[in-house]
Design a protein around this ligand. Structure first.
Ligand SMILES: C[S@@+](CC[C@H](N)C(=O)[O-])C[C@H]1O[C@@H](n2cnc3c(N)ncnc32)[C@H](O)[C@@H]1O
Length: 526
């Protein structure tokens, strides 16, 4: 098969910023599979294949967090694989194998994998490589395995496509990547000015999208919008292509997008009256949402799935939430409405006592979790103590339903085998060996929840000093040394105290703030 060779060279010229994607983590895939009755391999000991892994920003942290798993990544770009390999070596990982190869050459002799991940590739390769990706997801997937494929979708990409066409037209006479990106930006600036005063529906749409694009990195603009191949599809088309390779739609990795929860009950009722088929239903929801992106989970066709999720499915799981109630003193055991906000901006309003009790019980554990059984015990005891509760029965069934509903709304996380991090700062704090290697290699930092964390430079430097051997005072004096020697620069205009005692106090304060940030960000380990 002749995969597009321009792909390799374009990613060698401008490597893709390679990050972690929590939604693609086998731990998350196993939870969704389990809810639909598919017993996948335990992620901690699984085999994982990533197609188009770039420089391993997603696969390497997975391998670090699951030392007994076997992780293989393939990518066409030699430069990106080299960058990834340098990080693997620096972190001393033995369970990850990055290979520079065309995914089209991957055949059955490669063996089978419990999880196959292909993020951000499908829409940027020609039709024959798209077909190959799905063939691999079928032929190289273990019988109860899960494949994750993300792609751009229609109708949302129709709008992006118009802007892409304008930028491609404007840059048509250039070949050099920096020139192409520079000219594309110049065009965006011009177009923003041109539509600024217009009030039509078209100009409003264009304005929003142009503004969003203007703030993106060169690499994103070049690869996501200006690559030669850019082929969004409708969800129903993707599902049909997957079925043709013996695959079945399992679910969406952003689980809460599978149901039309944000629409009025009347609209939801009509949707259910139009179709009872899962793919068609989600296609209608995509039309209504103008969806631009999906990360779809597939399994082999011969697996039987249970679509009606039983609350019992979550009884062995751990539950966590980042939701915080707006009120300092939320009223749990009454029909009063309470409002909650998530750090990602989503909101929840509820009058349901059990839902409020779940959120109240979990609120101080974040970013940690609580086993469902402990949650049940705490909520049951609290309900018994409340004089307001006369008729409410708290049992596995109804508490399970409340938690499940929160999960379907994207408001709680479920874990089978939660990641190991500590939320209290130890006497000698320690960040992962991976984070220390990422710092040395100048790469983005990944926390133990598989999220990429934006860490200010000063805190990044301090994180590099957290090797489990230094206490806070030693970290503070190493920080001062770093500044005195000029290795670390203070923010422009920032003056350090001149009196030694004040200076010491200043560095101790900075270190305390940095350690609190690292603990909150799930970056410290035992
Ligand atoms: C947009 S990047 C996405 C990288 C990464 N998965 C992510 O989402 O951050 C697409 C990647 O697919 C790789 N790729 C494209 N065609 C390929 C092929 N035929 N075989 C292997 N890798 C390929 C490119 O080299 C590039 O690293």
């Amino acid at each position: 098969m002749n995969a597009d060779s321009t792909n390799a060279s374009s990613y060698d010229q401008i490597p893709y910023p390679s990050f972690s994607f929590p939604e693609s983590h086998p731990r998350h895939l196993a939870i969704i599979a389990g809810l639909f009755g598919l017993q996948t391999a335990l992620p901690a000991k699984a085999s994982v294949l990533e197609l188009g892994c770039a420089s391993g920003g997603n696969l390497i942290p997975m391998a670090y967090g699951m030392p007994q798993a076997r992780c293989v990544g393939v990518d066409l770009s030699a430069r990106q694989i080299e960058i990834g390999q340098a990080l693997v070596t620096k972190a001393g990982l033995k369970n990850v194998d990055l290979r520079c190869m065309n995914l089209a050459d991957l055949d059955k002799t490669f063996g089978t994998f419990d999880y196959i991940i292909c993020h951000g590739v499908f829409s940027w390769v020609p039709a024959e490589v798209q077909k190959r990706i799905l063939e691999i997801c079928s032929a190289n997937l273990s019988p109860q395995g899960v494949a994750y494929v993300s792609y751009n979708t229609l109708p949302g990409w129709n709008m992006y496509r118009s802007i892409r066409d304008m930028m491609l037209f404007h840059t048509r006479q250039f070949n050099e990547p920096a020139m192409i990106v520079g000219q594309a930006r110049a065009f965006l600036d011009f177009a923003v000015k041109a539509v600024a005063q217009q009030q039509s529906a078209y100009s409003m749409l264009l304005k929003g999208e142009l503004e969003r694009l203007r703030t993106q990195s060169d690499a994103y603009l070049f690869h996501d919008h200006l690559e030669k191949e850019n082929n969004p599809v409708y969800f129903h088309e993707f599902a049909r292509m997957a079925e043709a390779q013996g695959l079945r739609y399992l679910g969406e990795s952003t689980f809460h997008t599978m149901t039309p929860v944000e629409f009025d009950p009347e609209i939801q009722k009509t949707l259910h009256a139009i179709t009872d088929k899962i793919v068609a239903m989600e296609q209608y929801i995509d039309f209504l949402r103008n969806r631009t992106f999906r990360a779809t989970l597939l399994c082999r066709r011969d697996n039987k799935l249970v679509r009606r999720i039983a609350p019992a499915a979550i009884q062995k799981l751990q539950v966590a939430t980042a939701l915080q109630s707006v009120s300092q003193t939320p009223e749990v055991w009454s029909a009063t409405q309470e409002n909650y906000v998530h750090p990602n901006g989503s909101e929840l309003r509820t009058t349901d006592a059990l839902t409020k009790a779940v959120l109240f019980t979990l609120k101080d554990s974040w970013p940690g979790w609580q086993p469902f059984e402990r949650l049940l015990k705490t909520v049951r005891e609290a309900a018994l103590k409340s004089p307001l509760v006369k008729t409410l029965v708290v049992n596995e069934e109804n508490l399970g339903r409340a938690v499940l509903q929160l999960f379907q709304q994207g408001m709680v996380e479920l874990h089978l085998d939660p990641p190991q991090f500590v939320t209290k700062v130890a006497v000698r704090p320690k960040v992962s060996a991976l984070v220390r290697a990422q710092i040395q290699e100048g790469r983005p930092l990944t926390n133990l929840r598989h999220e990429t964390v934006q860490v200010p430079d000063l805190f990044r430097y301090i994180a590099g000093l957290c090797d489990g051997k230094r206490d806070s005072a030693q970290i503070a004096s190493a920080l001062e040394e770093g500044i005195n020697s000029g290795v670390l620069k203070m923010r422009e205009g920032k003056e350090l105290p001149t009196v030694p005692a004040d200076r010491l106090k200043y560095f101790s304060g900075v270190v305390a703030n940095a350690l609190a940030f690292l603990a909150r960000s799930a970056m410290l380990q035992a």
